[in-house]
Design a protein around this ligand. Structure first.
Ligand code: SF4
Ligand code: SF4
Ligand code: SF4
Ligand code: FES
Length: 594
């Protein structure tokens, strides 16, 4: 049994498990200790010392994030000595900081800014030692790196290494020269970075941000010659509210649609439409591979792996280039959307595709890179002109001056605005697999998946790698070769977990037939473009909102959506057909690690 220790924090007596940090112990009794290098998702670095506290009987102050609570400890968190030390540390950080809060993207959402205000830091206290001529690295389509705003907390380095197993950024040099750098100090677009944006959501300041494109979109909206179309990803609707005065986990779908229409987007459509389309295409691709392997005994790459997460796609291109044949050829939903916007949709609304500006509102930083991949031009134009993050959409709504909370709800525009609950759950880890199983199981057996209320619970939740096995019984004649087969599937989120799955494939020990992988912890609800902060408590609330949205939908399965059926009847002809290959599928590229 775990040993319990008795301690006292600011006069509050409490008992905690031995080994609990002083910081966590304080949190458990609602005593807030400021932090900077600490993040719930990461291992403790203990390098900033903003979290210092006084422990009775100890001469030196103690970093509360790194020090375990010990039997009988009496801790004080706000003594004059503690406050002086914190003020000193923050003042020193400010003295080497490019304090441009009036123009900084992270202003009002910056941990250094909050600390400086909270501790009333005097910027004159120490001479500025900010190095001159620090260049902002804007080489990447997804990530901007501004070393002049870095507090050297190394949260980004730990994120990239611990959560993502990419190691694109590292600590270079020592002492005053220490900085966050890359392999050979190359620009961000030349290193192994997969553009996931997790370093951005874990950075406390404006040192790492997404590349912003909303200025260009404001210009396009103001241009009467342009028809600006936006599609919004499932996870944006459950996180956007956090930036606009709502508690975490509030769904703001209808208000978001109204706001985008009021801002001036000519068409507001739903990425869920192409999420449903992904299920139809990917589901058929999966069944085709299984048929080839099990019925015709042909050699085919199994397990098949989902491809809707562009950070994951770039990861496999760099790290497992010999296994690209396992990836589904389906583009991510927003790229399918872009290709259809400038072909099918342009025809439907009678607008010249050269006048369409196609915008994707995404939880993701990697979609910005993906939109600029040279192969993403199957409409004859750049299929997606700009990928904006949830944060950029929130910023645009703030800039528009709309009273968001009091807006009425609106529906998405039609042709590519109808969708199912299966598409909504794409936003959470396990959601793509659940959506695929709802359709594939029904195609093979003629019946609904054998789970209450269609909720395939084994694939849900925040466990890093999840598994499920579904037995196929009483199958329809076409799939008689699958009678009695057990389909074993896996779900991984966060690239460190993707590595475990990929190493099994590499070693020939993978027991699965179908795998879902998302680059970001929690899936898209925890994407690199989502509101900051993000941690497990927040991820859980966004996930709950996603499943609530699914349950409230009149249609819960992709293959039952009327607009999906219609687009096959009138335009795409059939799943995996010629037009699908042309517009909805893609190919991948082997990339080097260095
Ligand atoms: S990073 Fe923070 S402190 Fe620095 S300029 Fe931006 S808002 Fe201000
Ligand atoms: S975007 Fe992702 S891969 Fe690139 S440096 Fe940041 S955490 Fe690493
Ligand atoms: S870039 Fe951000 S997360 Fe990385 S060390 Fe600097 S301030 Fe910390
Ligand atoms: S937050 Fe504890 S040392 Fe940085």
């Amino acid at each position: 049994m775990a040993e319990i220790v008795k301690i006292n924090i600011d006069g509050i007596a409490l008992e905690v498990t031995k080994g609990t940090s002083i910081l966590d112990a304080a949190k458990s009794v609602n005593v807030k200790i400021p932090t900077l290098c600490y993040h719930e998702d990461l291992c403790v670095a203990g390098n900033c010392r903003v979290c210092v506290v006084e422990v009775e009987g100890r001469k030196n102050l103690v970093a509360s994030c790194a020090a375990p609570a010990e039997q009988g400890m009496v801790i004080k968190t706000t003594t004059p000595k503690v406050r002086r030390a914190r003020t000193d540390i923050i003042s020193l950080l400010v003295s080497e900081h490019n304090t441009q809060c009036t123009t900084c993207y992270r202003s009002t959402n910056c941990e250094l800014q909050s600390l400086a205000a909270e501790y009333n830091v005097d910027s004159e206290r120490y001479l500025s030692v900010l190095k001159p001529n620090i260049q902002v690295d804007k080489s990447s389509y997804s990530i901007e790196k501004d070393d002049s705003k870095c507090v050297r907390c190394q949260r980004c380095v730990r994120t990239c290494a611990e959560l993502q197993h990419v190691n694109a950024i590292t600590v270079a040099h020592k002492g005053r020269d220490m900085k966050i750098s890359t392999f050979m100090e190359l620009p961000m677009n030349e290193v192994v970075c997969v553009n996931c944006g997790q370093c951005v959501t874990h950075c406390p300041t404006g040192a790492l941000t997404e590349r912003r494109y909303y200025h260009e979109i404001w210009e396009a909206i103001g241009d009467p010659d342009k028809h600006v179309v936006i599609n919004t990803a499932p996870s944006v609707r459950v996180a956007l509210g956090e930036m606009l005065g709502y508690p975490v986990g509030t769904r703001v779908t209808g208000k978001m649609v109204t706001a985008l229409k009021k801002i001036g987007f000519d068409s507001v459509l739903d990425t869920d439409f192409t999420a449903d389309l992904t299920i139809i295409e990917e589901g058929h691709e999966f069944l085709q591979r299984v048929t080839k392997a099990l019925k015709h005994k042909e050699k085919v790459a199994l397990p098949m792996i989902t491809s809707c997460s562009p950070g994951w796609v770039k990861f496999i291109e760099h790290m497992y280039p010999d296994h690209l044949d396992h990836l589904s050829p389906c583009k991510s939903p927003h790229q399918m959307f872009g290709a259809l916007t400038k072909t099918f949709y342009a025809q439907k609304i009678g607008v010249d595709p050269s006048k369409i500006v196609s915008v994707a509102a995404m939880p993701c930083a990697a979609k910005k890179f993906e939109a600029n991949r040279p192969e993403m031009k199957s409409s004859g134009y750049q299929d997606v002109d700009a990928g904006l993050t949830t944060r950029e959409i929130g910023q645009m709504i703030k800039q528009s001056g709309l009273d968001f909370v009091n807006l009425p709800d609106s529906n998405y525009d039609s042709y590519m605005g109808e969708s199912s609950g299966a598409a909504v759950i794409f936003g959470a880890t396990g959601g793509v697999m659940e959506a695929a199983l709802r359709t594939v199981y029904e195609v093979v057996t003629g019946r609904e998946v054998p789970f209450k209320n269609l909720a395939i619970t084994p694939v849900r939740g925040l466990e890093g790698i999840k598994e499920a096995t579904i037995k196929l019984e009483n199958v329809v004649p076409e799939y008689s070769f699958l009678e009695g087969a057990e389909v074993k599937v896996a779900i991984a989120h966060g690239l460190k977990n993707a590595r475990v799955i990929m190493d099994q494939i590499k070693n020939g020990t993978s027991p699965y037939l179908f795998i879902e992988i998302m680059a970001c912890p929690g899936g898209c609800i925890g994407g690199g473009g989502q509101p900051i902060p993000t941690n497990d408590e927040i991820r859980k609330k966004r996930i709950a909102a996603i499943y609530a949205e699914d349950e409230g939908m009149p249609i819960r399965k992709s293959h039952e959506v009327p607009e999906i059926k219609k687009i096959y009847e009138t335009y795409l002809e059939k799943p995996l057909g010629h037009k699908s290959h042309e517009l909805l599928h893609t190919h991948y590229k082997k990339r080097n690690r260095y």
